[in-house]
Design a protein around this ligand. Sequence first.
Ligand SMILES: [Zn+2]
Length: 178
Amino acid sequence: MKVNIHKHVNFSEKDIEKLSSSIQVLQAVLGSSEFKEEVLKYTYNGKNGYYYRKNIKGDWIDQPYSNEEVYRIIMKGQEKLGNIHDNECDLYLEIDKDDHSTVIGYTYPGDKTIYTYRNWFRSFNAIGYASHLAHEWCHELGFSHSKKKTVRRKHSVPYAIGNMIGRIYPQLKISNNN
Ligand SMILES: [Zn+2]
């Protein structure tokens, strides 16, 4: 799967080096059979699936996709806001120069840009930033999670997929060296 950077704002030369490494990480994981396997076999609460929210009445807040649908949506790479290339991951990135943020970053509805605070960007290694990008890209694809930090939240699609990037990439490196 190809990862395209359509925009990068406020990245220094050194930041761009990290960005390039992160894109390689993301591309390698998204295109791997290990990733496909992990997405498909994911379980929450002993059942095949991710965590999707319900409201008090019991209606779904997040659409409860099957694992197969989650993988298909990711591979299709169809961002909610104007799809440029099918089957590709299209990213619009900006570093927010605020160096004292306690949150990692933010997005705006109706804006494709993924904003990351500079102190967080600098603290990430390439794999960490790749995980963050995968999480935010899942939002672009229409997946969501609660704002509250619950235990279940880490089983939502954005958190689960983001975490998979960091877990799978070191395994890929090992298998490539063999
Ligand atoms: Zn999120």
